[in-house]
Design a protein. Structure first.
Length: 501
């Protein structure tokens, strides 16, 4: 495979004026979403899914990707300036970033976050370019049995890395699989779980579930939790870090990037787990460990590098295997399906301009983020002060219009409201909706691959064990569940997530 030729195609695609504008719009909107607590990339991408109907596939995916990694960047701004993380992955950044700001070093903290994010984003983009093609080549050799086992492994990993009770996470996975069976069975033509409602004959729309669980559910949660925001009124100065700052941040940026790149690939991992892990690692190995929580620059550099690297390498399993590593990647797969593209390794060969254009656009987007963010700090600070009572009716209207526009059906709006209430109830019960969304996306594909594998083997279930790759993934899935159920591991896991919260 001619890697340079493929990258050249990606550069040509990403640098077209049309795609550049959508990349710029995506990272700008992503930063704004990251700045505003209570929205987040999941709800935003869910609201924008209907818009992608009118765009070509490359432009829409470049824009949605920009929103995702732009939000990781924007969350750090509010974490540093007002001690209010706009994104869950920026919770750790607030620990030392805000303390630096209180000491008059807000500029240095913001610059550190910008440098760490840019370096991590650049390295992660190179990793995607190098490792995605060989992984896709391997995936092309997969049959139905291998794909089914891979999806089982992905769902088990998302259970292992989910917050809170393992039992609740498994319950949400099963609920997602159940919801994915609603509609008309492709093979038999029989309607399943439709309650004799003709509107549900085609199943429940992905857009309806995503907007309800993450859009409306988020609105209801935020309405009962009004934030108090004390914005730093002092002018942000001293954006250029000192020589000592550069010396102290170099190691954490490198280690955070490496750790984030690895954890981003894991199903259920992503930016949040990466930032927490990088901070914990630096706190243990740093010579300045006593300064952590009091304004240590390492406490900003490491998690910011990790969450940006994790956000970008999470695209690898989505682009090469068609497996979402987190809820945002599940939404990206939904966007691909809306565009008529079958997620998986064939994307690289059948849609090379889209595949390589997205990869190059990630680097372009990181350049845009550096150019946009530091000079526009004043704008982001003003956005933080917008009352939520003004924001939520606008978000609600966007959700309703977006869902209605998919099928021009008021039934979908009512269904979205039902899922919104369900999402709120799940949050009160401490049940994460993310595993359910991932299970819903994978459910129909798992069923199809299961049927194909059994048809090819004439109904013999041993096909999943007789094929070496399939057996290996099933063993890994079983091992992951067994290990996490061990008392010592389970206690450590609960302790880690308690610290993170």
């Amino acid at each position: 495979m001619d890697l340079l030729g493929d990258i050249g195609l990606g550069v040509q695609t990403a640098l077209s004026l049309h795609n550049l504008l959508y990349c710029l719009f995506g990272v700008f909107l992503g930063t704004a979403i990251g700045v505003l607590p209570g929205l987040g990339p999941i709800a935003t991408i869910a609201m924008l899914l209907p818009i992608t109907f009118g765009l070509d596939a490359t432009a829409s995916l470049i824009m949605l990707a920009g929103i995702y990694y732009g939000a990781q960047y924007g969350g750090s701004t509010t974490a540093i300036l007002v001690n209010l993380p706009g994104e869950s992955s920026s919770v750790v950044t607030a620990l030392d970033g805000y303390q630096m700001a209180r000491k008059g070093r807000a500029g240095a903290a913001l610059a550190t976050a910008a440098i760490g994010s840019f370096v991590a984003g650049t390295i992660a983009t190179v990793i995607i370019a190098l490792f995605a093609p060989p992984l896709a080549d391997i995936a092309l050799k997969f049959g139905p049995a291998e794909y089914f086992s891979l999806m089982v492994l992905g769902l088990v990993a998302s259970v292992v890395l989910a917050h809170g009770s393992l039992l609740k996470a498994i319950g949400m996975i099963l609920m997602g699989l159940l919801v994915s069976t609603v509609g008309t069975d492709v093979n038999s033509g029989t309607q399943r779980y439709t309650f004799d409602l003709p509107e549900m004959a085609d199943g429940i729309s992905f857009v309806v579930i995503a907007m309800g669980m993450f859009g409306l559910g988020e609105i209801i949660r935020e309405l009962e939790n009004e934030h108090t925001r004390s914005v730093l009124l002092t002018k942000v100065t001293g954006l250029m870090p000192t020589r000592d700052d550069f010396k102290r941040m170099t190691g954490p940026i490198v280690r955070g990037t490496a750790l984030g790149s690895l954890l981003g690939i894991l199903p259920g991992g992503g930016a949040m787990l990466a930032s927490f892990s990088a901070y914990s690692l630096e706190k243990k190995i740093s010579k300045n460990g006593a300064e952590f929580g009091k304004g240590a620059i390492e406490g900003v550099a490491a998690p910011e590098s990790a969450n940006n690297a994790g956000a970008q390498t999470s695209f690898i399993p989505m682009l090469t295997l068609g497996i979402p590593s987190n809820p945002v990647m599940a939404l990206m797969i939904g966007a691909m399906i809306i565009q008529g593209i079958q997620p998986g390794p064939a994307v690289m060969t059948e849609q090379p301009a889209l595949f390589w254009g997205m990869i190059v656009s990630m680097w372009v987007g990181n350049v845009f983020l550096v150019i946009l963010n530091l000079p526009m700090i004043g704008l982001w600070v003003k956005m933080i002060s917008i009352p939520y009572r003004v924001l939520y009716p606008i978000i609600l209207a966007f959700c309703a219009i977006g869902v209605f526009s998919v099928n021009n059906a008021t039934f979908d709006v009512y269904l979205m409201a039902l899922f919104g209430v369900a999402g709120y109830i799940f949050s009160k019960l401490e049940c994460e909706p993310a595993p359910m969304l991932m299970a819903y996306v994978l459910g129909s594909m798992m069923e199809e691959y299961l049927r194909r594998a059994l048809l090819l083997s004439r109904g013999d279930p041993m096909v999943f064990i007789e094929r070496p790759i399939s057996l290996t993934m099933l063993i890994l899935a079983a091992a992951a569940l067994i290990v996490v159920l061990l008392p010592a591991i389970r206690n450590k896991r609960e302790e880690a997530f308690a610290e993170e919260d």
